[in-house]
Design a binder for this molecule. Sequence first.
Ligand code: PRT
Ligand code: ZN
Length: 286
Amino acid sequence: MDTYLRLAIQKKGRLSDDSLSLLKECGIKFSNGTGKLMAASRNFPIEFLFLRDDDIPGYVADGVADIGIAGENVVLEKNKNVSIVKRLGFSKCRLSLAIPKGHTYEGLTYFNGKSIATSYPNILGQFLQQNSINAEIHEISGSVEIAPGIGLAEAICDLVSTGSTLLSNGLKEVETVLRSEAVLIAGESLTEAKQSILNNLLFRLESVQEGRNNKYILLNAPNEKLDEIISYLPGMRSPTIMPLAQKGWSSLHSVINEDAFWEVIENLKKAGAEGILVVPIEKMIK
Ligand code: PRT
Ligand code: ZN
């Protein structure tokens, strides 16, 4: 029988769309008919298991799934026997402490003797212990943000992305407990055959991520400015330079990193670059 790597992903929720599109960008084809619990790829030795995000670390630890995609917040809270093999860069959020808007906050000691509502008792408990804060944790499974308003707790510890949920509940964010993003997790003991499929998947994921983090750039420049312009372009090796029909001018092609993007573009313009074109890269193989 052929070996398949079984991947657990969220059935429906904030992680689902980005997980599926990342896999599609890796060239993995499959149909995820609605309501199905499982699906197999048509062109890659992988099977999908669609689950609630909270169950993913446990299923991977038990070996029901070999790997999974979940929020780092859930992985750390569940504390199962799994390891993070890749950070995936989407579903970014933070687990934060928040208090009523009108209160003055002068540091963590604010929480001494207070009650805090959260769905993350393990992560919060560890954070409070590390900071020698003595607070009471109220574990609740949803709608944490309404707890102070109804008198259930004096503060909350919950996931935040834009901050608008806190704002509309009269709360303000005062401390970040954890920064989280979607991660790929794996169980402890994969067979050699499964590990080799995982290595292939990781290679594809890295190529897609590198492509997303970089842009292809084309520009024209007078030859006497080329040295200065090249000094702003690290590229994969060195830029490609081709003569233009117009005498004394060249066309230059290179790759630039998204992080330094605008700074590089400004420097290139100042140095005399013209007709700058920036093109997305679909995959980048190192
Ligand atoms: O049904 P299932 O159990 O699978 O899904 P779920 O409802 O438990 O999870 P889901 O789909 O809401 O979230 C899945 C994962 O997305 C989380 O575990 C996080 O890793 C990540 N994520 C990213 C978020 C947020 N951003 C987020 N903003 N998860 C939840 N929120 C909630 C937060 O709890 C709060 O209620 O959104 C609200 C705050 O958002 P802002 O934008 O108002 O700050
Ligand atoms: Zn959940």
